[in-house]
Ligand binder design. Structure first.
Ligand code: EPU
Length: 438
């Protein structure tokens, strides 16, 4: 059944919200857990479609899983890995499952993983992953849409990435954990999720230094020395940024709990320049508020610690009603302005030329029926719906469910008028949003 959101805009968000575990970290921690011939327990696992897909990938490989949604934990028992194949049916649904390749190479010396193909936001190639694994000594063939990698003996070496790719850095780190000797990844990605993966790997017995800088060194260890452990995933900085923007967008005031403010420095800085007030309430809580109309800013998306591409669409929504003209340059993906046509339908004044968008702030947005085209574009439309006059219907929620746990419930607790419904219930019959049904 196609589910949709109905949002009645104009409410200021107030109260507090707690941020869950980082999607883009936990997916890789789950992949990494197959390195251990035994059990690992991961805490702070959000309930997301993407997490379910990764659990299916692990289950197909023979891992036994216990997912406790109340405790938000997953136990992965990877004592027996009975298959080295990650099927197209799963990898095509979620590109992050390609990270299983490095983990399989480390654990089983072999991996057969479907090539993910492109996706809505861009071509998203995996050539750096493949080139790096070959540099480590893997023999790779691409046949029938699958990457077949054999690596009876990987030998540590220097690998230079043409761009600091998050996924390539992760796949290479995973493969190098049990390689002979030292691997040095230069121009490595520096995202907090990379640091989290390195910390997890060190917790199970790997020897990795430099994560969070552009040079990561992985000293190979014996597979047998990797051991069971428990680990807690870092908070999701993109989920946190989304709620901060939602509070600012609606001229509200709220505490955002369970975050690492240092992971959002660049984004916070832009919000403050736009007129938001951001105060540290305690080391993992910030207070966000905004009273006046925002002022436009310009930004360029960049690898961490630059402005995160995953918050670009959300920040664009803020610019749609800000005072002045803002220019966004998207430097990571070829096609990440998918939200533009729908924002225009809601009254935004946006001119797009290739990877540049010029946003002239209008007085207000108006509700419309729109559709999520990818995860972050979908979240941007939710924000637009919260800001707009009148009702907004958002279709294709499956994109949003990939990355925002209990989105409507958390927003509702902050005072938003938002409801999920499916086609069986006529929107006209819903009348005033019935909060008891949320
Ligand atoms: N690229 C290549 N060749 C490669 C690898 C990457 O050309 O071998 C290009 C990509 O096409 C892209 C750019 O390099 O244009 C950056 O890609 P990167 O590898 O850094 O991204 P990723 O690992 O595929 C992760 C996140 C994305 C996030 C990016 C950038 C996960 C599961 N995904 O993707 O998150 O946008 O890093 O920060 O970790 C999201 O959560 O909505 C999302 C898309």
């Amino acid at each position: 059944m196609a589910e949709k959101f109905k949002i009645h805009g104009g409410e200021s968000l107030k109260g507090e919200v707690s941020i869950g575990g980082a999607k883009n970290s936990v997916l890789k921690l789950l992949a990494a857990s197959i390195l251990v011939k035994g059990c690992t327990k991961i805490y702070n696992v959000p309930d997301l479609t993407d997490v379910s897909i990764m659990l299916n990938v692990l289950s197909d490989l023979g891992a036994k899983l216990i997912y406790d949604k109340n405790e938000k934990s997953v136990v992965v028992d990877a004592t027996n890995i009975t298959s080295v194949t990650a099927k197209y049916e799963l990898v095509s649904k979620m590109r992050a499952s390609f990270t299983i390749l490095g983990a399989l190479i480390s654990r089983c010396k072999e991996g057969i993983v479907a090539l993910p193909g492109g996706c809505a936001i861009g071509e998203r190639r995996v050539d750096f992953h493949i080139k790096g694994l070959e540099t480590l000594g893997a023999k790779i063939k691409i046949e029938n849409g699958y990457v077949h990698a054999k690596a009876p003996k990987l030998v540590g070496t220097d690998i230079y990435l043409d761009i600091p790719s998050v996924g390539a850095t992760e796949n290479l780190m995973l493969a190098a954990v049990t390689a002979q000797g030292s691997t040095r990844i230069q121009n490595a990605a520096q995202e907090p999720e990379i640091v989290d993966l390195a910390n997890f790997l060190n917790t199970i017995g790997a020897d990795i230094t430099g994560a969070g800088t552009s040079e990561i060194v992985i000293n190979g260890v014996k597979q047998e020395s990797l051991h069971s452990a428990e680990y807690t995933t870092i908070p999701d900085r993109i989920e946190a940024g989304t709620y901060m923007a939602a509070v600012v967008a609606t001229k509200g005031k709220a505490l955002i709990r369970n975050i690492y403010p240092a992971h959002l420095t660049f984004f916070n800085d832009k919000l403050i320049k736009m007129g938001a007030n951001i105060k540290l309430a305690d080391p993992t809580t910030i207070e966000v508020s905004c009273r006046n109309r925002l002022t436009s800013v310009n930004f360029v998306t960049q690898p961490y610690p630059g402005f995160p591409t995953d918050l670009q669409a959300i920040a664009m929504t803020l610019l749609t009603t800000a005072n002045g003209v803002g220019i966004i340059t998207e430097s990571l993906y070829e096609n990440r302005f998918m939200q533009v046509p729908d924002l225009r339908r809601m009254g935004a004044d946006i001119h797009q030329d290739r990877n540049h968008a010029i946003i002239k702030g209008v007085k207000n947005l108006t509700g419309a029926t729109v559709a999520a085209s990818d995860l972050r574009a979908g979240a941007a439309l939710v924000l637009a719906g919260l800001m707009a006059n009148g009702d907004t219907i958002i279709e294709k929620l499956h994109h949003i469910d990939r990355g925002y746990e209990a989105f409507e419930h958390k927003l509702h607790k902050l005072g938003a008028k938002i409801q999920r419904f499916n086609d069986e219930i006529s929107v006209n019959n819903m009348g005033v949003l019935n909060e008891s049904r949320l």
